[in-house]
Design a protein around this ligand. Structure first.
Ligand code: GLU
Length: 482
């Protein structure tokens, strides 16, 4: 039987979760679920300065919204300070780490001097050279102390990454780094290694920006006598101009996309393809959850950065919008109507959203596109005139149309019947289709581009349709007679 993979999503709650976080979560979820293993959620809240109060809840909300379910209770690292201290102290006892009493000013001065001398800035190891007596004295004096991990002075540190293959780091360029801060909180390096080990995580997936931390982590694992998990560093996500993706490229937080009317299934599908594609020759772009589980392979993740392509996101979203049932689409659209200040009242929202289901790419577009149903926009009478017609003919066409429509009773008022009936009348009366259907559509919507005239008449209902056709005729007469 193949190995059960245990992964974790370990975000720092420092702000709104972004696409990169969602991708880490998705890939970690996929490999865990593929193997029948576990997907854990750990909130890395030990950097108290960068902490944002609401962020952990937003992370949880994101996972729920996108359907990435996790196993076991959420772990908050801030609840586990004692555990990290225990391991940090153990590393001091075994000589793999040491107390560091350097104050922020000491470190600043050290850096300044190094730069002045043209040296590479970094911790110079001074506290590692303190004698036991000196250390004890400083402790007795109550000096704040951190714990620093000792990195080797020379040689190579070699790691293996599932995506990148073998990666080698020069130990010389690695400074001794803090694992437990003077405030008693661990740094990311210690806390993440300890928790990954204690919770049995055997696959660590994280963004590429953490690759430079790999030598540190490898050394902590070794120092504690623990076996290494497998690592996969996921490619960066860049904007189309290859710069870092940021606010100026539009939405970046997952909830910005939700507010724009991107569906969670679409966002997940899009994020899946940020760095992974099926094997050559397989052009599939739309993946159900089951298909993702079947096809995703971590070793096929690309090494080059993924490029954020908004066009593609909206295209994918359009595909998912078209898959929705009308009742679901109506439900999902409600908050967008509210936000646009449109009171739906007791109207048949399913019928209204059906006007645009085939065309829209984001839910925000719906209220804007169908607002004509609720209120006819102002429009110029010229717009009523089809390009091959003129005002006089248009006026006549509208008055004929009015008579034909008026003869259709309420119970037959539906798109199919209207279309059959009116088209026959147009032919019988020797009109061209455009002569009548163009002004009809404009009369009903006030817009150059809109859904077709019969769909609109159906949604508006008999009374309102007749009122708008009449109003258009009057608009033309008042101007025509001038
Ligand atoms: N807390 C880190 C972050 O939010 C997670 C890195 C990791 O997954 O190990 O970037």
């Amino acid at each position: 039987m193949s190995e059960k993979i245990i992964t974790r999503f370990a975000p720092s709650p420092t702000g709104n979760p972004h696409l990169g976080s969602l991708r880490n979560a998705l890939y970690s979820w996929l490999v865990a679920r593929q193997s029948g293993g576990k997907f854990l959620l750990r909130i890395e809240d030990t950097d108290r300065k960068r902490l944002k109060e609401e962020s952990a809840d937003q992370i949880i909300e994101m996972l729920k919204w996108t359907g990435l379910d996790w196993d076991e209770d959420v772990v908050y690292q801030s609840d586990r300070k004692g555990v990290y201290r225990e391991y940090a102290e153990k590393l001091v006892e075994t000589g793999k780490a040491y107390y560091c009493f350097c104050s922020p000013e000491d470190l600043q001065n050290m850096r300044k001097e190094q730069l002045e001398k043209g040296l590479k800035p970094g911790y110079d190891g001074r506290c590692a050279r303190l004698t036991l007596d000196e250390v004890n004295k400083k402790i007795k004096d109550g000096l704040p102390k951190a714990i620093r991990f000792k990195m080797p002075d020379g040689g190579e540190i070699e790691g293996v990454d599932i995506i990148k293959g073998r990666v080698v780091f020069q130990a010389e360029s690695q400074e001794d780094f803090i694992i437990l801060k003077a405030d008693g909180y661990p740094t990311y390096h210690l806390a993440s290694v300890v928790d990954d080990h204690l919770f049995g995580v055997n696959y660590v997936l994280r963004s590429e920006e953490w690759l430079s931390s790999l030598p540190k982590h490898i050394k902590i694992y070794e120092a504690l006598g623990w076996s290494l998990p497998r690592f996969a560093h996921l490619p960066l996500i860049l904007a189309p101009d290859k710069s870092k993706l940021s606010k100026r490229h539009g939405a970046v937080s997952v909830f910005d996309f939700r507010d724009e009317g991107i569906l969670p299934e679409a966002l997940i599908n899009f994020v899946l393809l940020l760095g992974w594609h099926p094997k050559k020759g397989d052009e599939q772009e739309i993946f159900s959850r089951d298909e993702m589980l079947e096809k995703f392979r971590l070793d096929d993740v690309q090494t080059s950065p993924a490029i954020f392509d908004r066009e593609k996101l909206e295209w994918i979203n359009g595909v998912y919008i078209r898959k929705l049932s009308l009742s679901k689409l109506a439900d999902l659209s409600k908050p967008f109507f509210e936000r646009a200040g449109i009171d739906i009242g007791d109207r048949d929202l399913e019928k209204i959203v059906s006007l645009e289901q085939q065309r829209i790419r984001k839910l925000t577009e719906i209220p804007e596109k169908v607002s004509f149903v609720f209120q006819l926009p102002e429009y110029e009478s010229d717009l009523l005139v089809w390009k091959k017609s003129d005002k006089k003919n248009t006026k006549k066409a509208l008055s004929d149309l009015y008579v034909w429509l008026e003869s259709i009773p309420e119970e037959k008022w539906n798109k199919e019947y209207l279309e059959d009936n009116i088209k026959t009348k147009i032919e019988e009366n020797g009109w061209g289709m455009g002569d009548v259907l163009w002004p009809m559509r404009v009369a009903l919507t006030g817009m150059r581009h809109s859904p077709g005239p019969f769909e609109c008449a159906d949604v508006l209902g008999r009374e309102e349709t007749l009122r708008r056709i009449k109003q258009a005729g009057e608009k033309l007469s008042s101007e025509y007679d001038k």
